[in-house]
Design a protein. Structure first.
Length: 388
């Protein structure tokens, strides 16, 4: 093993998964989280088999499954006609094909399940209300003891640890925002399918709907052009709802009614990280959104954070390899995969937001693809066996 201890900045999905993954190898971690209490913030997340497989190995999948729902398919539908364009089977088919389940859940459920496991694990030490603005500030916390061998920046898209890495990625606002609201099951229109994740596609925008057990209804997320609201995950969008409604003007009236009736929609800005180094060649490394925040078109942000955390632990736990080499190995292992996921996201964006003749061509091509063929296209993504 190349290290004995780590300091993790951020108790989000990446940070908590990293702590549990390190503990499997006997590595102790201190997790520094800026908020005094991990609150129920955020919206729905899709967790694909590549991530749920890891959560199973870490012993947290059972707890999560008590709260999530397993859709039968991930479907694409026209936002104009509401007709299904294509569907990838998940559910039992997906379990059989990718050997792990596909589920939808609230982000807070995932974070809470990881947190419960971290609090049970003697090698993990969570320090809430502990904001870390520089890597040097970590050393301050260990003034009277032994400093950690490794610092992991799992502090999300607006990472501060990133400043300690030469040629680290930069971040920029994508010009898009994610709107979010929920509809109670009783008020949900009939066209919303409770057994699928459905992405309704339209010109320059799309809307994703799926049932969430935790909210007793549907989680609706619409990706649309919008203004940067700053470093926040939950801006009250009520006063700006007109801009959302306007972006769906050419859409099916049933979808427009759903948007017009949305109560208390919130939104968050979508940032992207550029290429750059993830480690300082010595003892600091970035994972999750801090390293590679991406647009949500492939629904893989949380899954990539989970894979990163698990594989980083595997790299630094390999005996006989110096830490600097282990960090270089981690970056070399993860970068091609992240690049491929990004490419898939860019492809989805092109397909989802197509206009005019491209849209017609898209619909024809999708109609020709059998569900099993679409599933096979995702084997590299969902069937990935992370090395922990
Ligand atoms: C509050 C919140 C709500 C979200 N809601 C959604 C959602 O609804 N849907 C979705 O798809 N994605 C959401 N995300 C993003 C999604 O969780 C991430 O893209 C993904 O899980 C990657 O996780 P991460 O751990 O890398 O980053 P994050 O989940 O962003 O976690 C970063 C953690 O680091 C902490 N932190 C940041 N700076 C510091 C600092 N200086 N010192 C100490 N701690 C710090 C943050 O408080 C946070 O807990 C949300 C993220 C957050 C923080």
């Amino acid at each position: 093993m190349s290290i004995n201890t780590a300091a993790i900045v951020g108790a989000g999905v990446a940070g908590l998964t990293a702590a549990l993954s390190l503990a499997r190898h006997g590595i102790r971690s201190d997790i520094f989280e800026q908020v005094p209490q991990l609150a129920e913030v955020g919206a729905g997340l899709q967790l694909s088999p590549n991530a749920s497989r890891i959560l199973g190995e870490l012993g947290v999948l059972g707890e999560i499954q008590a709260h999530w729902r397993e859709p039968q398919e991930v479907r694409l539908a026209s936002g104009v006609s509401l007709k299904a364009l294509a569907a990838v089977p998940v559910g039992a088919f997906g379990r059989d094909r990718w050997k792990a389940p596909y589920g939808v859940l609230h982000r807070a459920t995932l974070q809470q399940s990881l947190l419960t496991a971290v609090l049970r694990e003697p090698l993990c030490h969570l320090r809430l209300d502990s904001r870390i603005d520089t890597a040097a500030a970590v050393a301050e916390h260990f003034r009277t003891g032994t400093p950690p061998d490794l610092i992991i920046g799992a502090d999300g898209v607006w990472s501060r640890v990133r400043n300690a890495i030469p040629q680290a990625p930069g971040i920029s606002f994508s010009g898009n925002i994610a709107w979010r609201f929920t509809i109670p099951t009783k008020q949900a229109p009939k066209f919303l399918n409770p057994h699928s994740v459905t992405a309704y596609l339209g010109p320059s925008t799309h809307l994703v709907a799926y049932p969430l057990k935790e909210v007793g209804g549907f989680n609706i997320v619409a990706i649309a052009e919008g203004m940067d609201a700053g470093q926040t995950w939950e801006t009250d969008g009520q006063s700006q709802k007109a801009t959302l409604v306007a972006q769906f003007s050419g859409w099916n009236p049933e979808i427009r009614s759903v948007i017009e009736a949305a109560e208390h929609p919130t939104f968050w800005p979508l940032y992207e990280a550029s290429e750059g180094r993830w480690h300082n060649g010595r003892d600091i490394v970035l994972i999750g959104d801090a390293a590679h925040a991406m647009m949500p078109f492939a629904a893989q942000g949380a899954a990539m954070a989970i894979e990163d955390a698990f594989e980083l632990a595997g790299c630094v736990a390999t005996s006989g390899i110096p830490l600097a080499q282990a960090l270089a190995d981690f970056e070399a292992l993860r970068k091609p995969r992240i690049a491929r996921v990004r490419e898939r996201g860019a492809f989805n964006k092109f397909v989802y937001h197509a206009r005019g003749p491209v849209r017609l061509g898209r619909d024809l091509l999708l109609a020709l693809r059998p569900p099993q063929g679409l599933a096979a296209d995702l084997d590299w993504l969902f069937g990935y066996q992370a090395k922990g």
